[in-house]
Design a binder for this molecule. Sequence first.
Ligand code: PLP
Length: 395
Amino acid sequence: MSHWQELERKYFMNTVERLPVTLVRGQGARVWDENSREYLDFVGGWAVTSLGHCHPVVADAVVEQVRTLIQVSNQFYTIPQIRLAELLVQNSCLDKVFFCNSGAEANEGAVKLVRRYGSRYLNGANEVITATGSFHGRTLTMVAATGQSKHQQPYIPLPAGFINVEYNNIEAIKGATGSQTCAVMLEPIQGEGGVNLPDDNYLAAVRTWCDQTGILLILDEIQTGVGRTGTLFAYEQYGVEPDIMTLAKGLASGIPIGAILAKERASVFVPGEHGSTFGGNPLACAAGYATLKFIIDNDIAGNAGRVGQYLTTGLERLKRRFQFITDVRGRGLLVALEFSSDIAQSVVMACLSDGLLINRLKPNAVRFMPPLIIGNDEVDEALSILDKALSTIVS
Ligand SMILES: Cc1ncc(COP(=O)(O)O)c(C=O)c1O
């Protein structure tokens, strides 16, 4: 164990099982550890470094902004915030934006927003229907929204107002809808829950149900948004428009940021009802603007779609060779590989020792969520390391 890893054990809360590597530098899709060892990074800061590590447009924007204006109160107008909001609105189906600092905070704000909508237009309705297998964040309220008991059990009692129903089952949503329901909240593709894709027409059926009943649809695109699945937002691929969408992760390519976007009719906060000290500060928004502008101008979402397809095809090839691979699934550069037994940790460790970082999604599945700027060459390199790792595991 290195010096830093010993210090971590001494001083840091025990919230994560880390891999035995101390990363000190990154560039593009590569990171280096304290011993100058290089790794190909297919974890990407957990689906965050959309433009790769330290992309020049992000670095330049941050450096310029950090020398100009980092933080002022949201009582004042600031230009980076307004420019990023305009870019988001011009490139999505939503009309209004609120900035915060993380995914969980964005979802919390979205839930406040639908409750406010309920108190104003739905006779005080305040319940939100969410799906089993979902993941919406780590705050207490988002733990209640997250339909996974392993995240909920240790923290009981949880805030009220959430009903978790079976994913991909429109009848379950219909059955759970009552006079107290104000919204349905879903990830278009469930990320943490297993890279679970929606059945054909599921999201469209949910949209129709929300329209018929007058309740709102929140899409949590914190993991799927900003190009990850091959379009700027995943909803575009499913023919639905949310009333509210939340973003975070890849929006500023590594600088912390979150956002709530809403249609005009759902944008019901009035001054004083919601806020954030750091949310939308010039530094984060300058990074967000540089990231999003680059993604849009260079069709990085299209690249994620094409390279993601190349990755998926390569994984399918491995699946035909290794009988213990049971599934390859995903969209764009959000892809999971599932095994017939709990070998994911061994696969992650074997890849790590050969210089590839991947994520253990579940005991029997790994996930790939590299920067969106990678090309087929990096995929070939990752596939060859993975191939070797899988061969070691069978033999
Ligand atoms: C879909 C989704 N929502 C919310 C979150 C929480 O985001 P954060 O960790 O920034 O609070 C995550 C994080 O993985 C996520 O994948």
